[in-house]
Design a protein around this ligand. Structure first.
Ligand code: UD1
Ligand code: CA
Length: 453
């Protein structure tokens, strides 16, 4: 049974007070519209069409390839929006309709709704929820046999209809052919002068078709985001969902409400995450790792048994048993080996450090390939930029770089070489030698006495 998806994302979203389209706002690092598409895809829809209008290009860019788009030039209501996707709808037996601003819906709920729709052979199944405060939502009006007879919008509702607490989620499954027929009969004779998708239910019912309601157990799943307050609430729910999943998988999250993890992040068992930490897309954390507080790790890999304190890592990796921070900054394309130390105020960029290499404090290693068991003294700078271009420095295994040295790139320091503290190295240092590149100390005797005369 083919099931396609239409996502309504043409509306303006005035209450966000933004230059951007509402549906491209992110919740836990992923655009709302993409979250909706992801969940429906997991639930089994095989084709997707997104109806765009307001800020169409922005929405299309966020959604990307692999889906169709239909354009609604003027926003004349949810029914009018679906009309723009009519040709797409005709290509499958059933269609699910979702809004692009309901990021908390889950694949499980959508899947159950789809089965309910098919098993009962309904022409339309609307997903509903029972709310303490139904204000603003369309109300589900049932007949004497408790079957759905219509949906009434808040603005069109009578007092007794307003008292109904069962609401329309704005999510539906339809038989495609019957939806298209009902769309053709829609009028805009209502309080908002719009073509309401919700009116198709009464049209179907009056034509003798079966209309059903699938009540969502967890009403939070259907909450829509209309302003930034609701965006914050949705973020909170999503954050909790993701963090609970990790906690139940054996990760200790010290403060579950104050740890920010994006969906696809992988974290190993017995890892501990301290508050204020953000783990972004593409990040993989090993087992028995300690992270935090206040780390930001983006698309990076942290091996088993590492610890990372108060640090930032972007597009980088550290292997097993390495210590990072406090206050280290690993900029893109830094690859740190096993058992290393990247200590306080150490910055790496486009650099490789071999196993066992240590830069304990106040060091900049940019555009460099460093061997194993190298020791960087405090205050070392790889001088990688000459004002025009970047150059690369190579340091062999077991080299010892004295404190406060400058290595002017491009330069090579071979295996087992030593650099005296305070040196400015501009030429290759051969294997096993000591390079001293500073003036010798001189002592002026009787200095104080001479000055006072
Ligand atoms: C709609 C439902 C209401 C339901 C509520 C659930 C209708 C008439 N009402 O109301 O019963 O309780 O959702 O949240 O359907 N859109 C377009 N083009 C348009 C108008 C809207 O693409 O011309 C899109 C919006 O971008 C949005 C979705 O449709 O993603 C819902 O539109 P919105 O205006 O938010 O509808 P509600 O008033 O919330
Ligand atoms: Ca809405």
């Amino acid at each position: 049974m083919s099931f396609s998806l239409v996502v309504l994302a043409a509306g303006e979203g005035k209450r966000m007070k933004s230059e951007r389209s509402k549906v491209v706002f992110k919740v836990s690092g992923r655009e709302m519209v993409n979250r909706v598409i992801d969940e429906a895809t997991k639930a089994g829809v095989d084709k997707v069409c997104v109806v765009v209008g307001h800020k169409a290009e922005m929405v299309m860019e966020a959604v990307g390839n692999g889906v169709e788009f239909a354009t609604q030039l003027e926003q004349k209501g949810t029914g009018h929006a679906v009309m723009q996707a009519k040709e797409f709808v005709k290509n499958s037996e059933n269609v699910m309709i979702l809004a692009g601003d309901t990021p908390l819906i889950t694949a499980e709920t959508l899947k159950n709704a789809m089965s309910f729709h098919l098993d009962n052979n309904y022409s339309c199944t609307v997903l509903t929820a029972v709310l303490d405060n139904p204000f603003g939502y369309g109300r589900i009006i049932r007949d004497d046999f408790s079957n759905v007879s219509k949906i009434v919008e808040q603005k069109d509702a009578t007092e007794s209809e307003k008292a109904v607490r069962e609401i329309n989620s704005g999510m539906y499954c339809f038989k495609s052919v019957e939806l298209v027929e009902a769309l053709d009969k829609l009028t805009n004779n209502n309080a908002q002068g719009e073509y309401y998708l919700t009116d198709t239910l009464a049209i179907m019912k009056n034509a003798g078709l079966k209309v059903g309601a699938f009540t969502v157990e967890n009403a939070v799943e259907i909450s829509g985001v209309n302003d930034r307050l609701q965006l914050g609430e949705a973020e909170k729910v999503m954050r909790r969902r993701i963090n609970e999943k990790h906690a139940l998988n054996g990760v200790t999250i010290i403060d579950i409400d104050n740890t920010y993890i994006e969906d696809d992040v992988v974290i190993g068992q017995d890892t501990v995450i301290y508050p204020g930490t953000t783990l972004e897309k593409g990040t993989v954390i090993g087992k028995n790792v300690v992270i935090g507080q206040n780390c930001r790790i983006v698309n990076s890999k942290v091996g088993d048994g590492c610890d990372v304190y108060y640090s930032t890592m972007v597009d980088s990796s550290v292997d097993e048993g390495t210590h990072v921070g406090p206050y280290a900054y690993l900029r893109p394309n830094s690859k740190v080996g096993k058992g290393c130390k990247v200590g306080d105020f150490v910055e790496l960029k486009n650099a490789v450090l071999g196993d066992g290499t240590k830069a304990s404090h106040l060091t900049y290693i940019g555009d460099a390939t460093v061997g194993a068991n190298v020791n960087f003294g405090c205050g070392t700078v790889i001088v990688n930029y000459d004002g025009k271009s970047k150059h690369r420095t190579v340091i062999g295994d077991n080299a010892f770089i004295g404190c406060n040295s400058n290595l002017v790139s491009p330069v090579t320091v071979n295996n087992d070489a030593y650099i005296a503290a305070g040196s400015t190295i501009t030429h290759e240092v051969p294997e096993g030698t000591l390079a001293i590149a500073r003036s010798r100390q001189e002592i002026k005797t009787d200095w104080k006495d001479k000055r006072s005369k």
